[in-house]
Design a protein around this ligand. Sequence first.
Ligand SMILES: C[S@@+](CC[C@H](N)C(=O)[O-])C[C@H]1O[C@@H](n2cnc3c(N)ncnc32)[C@H](O)[C@@H]1O
Length: 201
Amino acid sequence: MPKLDPQTLSRRLGNRHDYIPAAGFDFLLPTYDLLTRLLGAPAVHAELIAGAAITPGQRVLDIGCGTGNLTLLAKNTHPDADLTGCDPDPLALARAHRKAHPATGIRFDRAYAQDLPYPDAAFDQVLTALMLHHLDSETQAAAAYEMRRILRPGGGLHIADVHADRLPRLLEDAGLSCDEITPVRQGHLGTVTYIRARSPR
Ligand SMILES: C[S@@+](CC[C@H](N)C(=O)[O-])C[C@H]1O[C@@H](n2cnc3c(N)ncnc32)[C@H](O)[C@@H]1O
């Protein structure tokens, strides 16, 4: 039997959205932060932020921010950076908003990775954690082009994800150069691959 892509599988399981929500289904969203903490997501977020070496004043976008954990950690670690998180799920974004309040220099937008509502070269750095495995390969390819488009020349893309085997090829096809690809066994999450890529100068 052919393997189903994640979005088709999710629809067959009853998801009625055109995206896979953070915890698979809306009713599980309240469990998401606790569950991912237990699975080891905070360590993944910390590693991703350390690798990005964000500097003061940089414009940083977290794509597929969910309930905002990575966005908020990045802001707390680099208070002088300008942070934006985006996600298609309004329920997750509402949680992110609540957690961020009343921090300044941080905003959340409703947006899809494959159709970002930002101008060309709008960001110095892009972060994305545990999001791309929610997309089928065609949507991942479109997202890779969008990431390149919204990064300034020489800007950095920092990915941490599971099932990331085909991502480096998609990023290179979109015109990004992959500088580092590091698979790490990360507790209950299994193998998380960290990819550092750069948009051309
Ligand atoms: C497993 S959660 C990860 C959330 C967050 N990055 C974290 O590390 O906690 C995956 C997120 O990807 C979002 N997502 C699903 N499809 C998306 C798409 N096409 N574009 C952007 N985000 C998407 C989901 O809504 C969900 O919030």
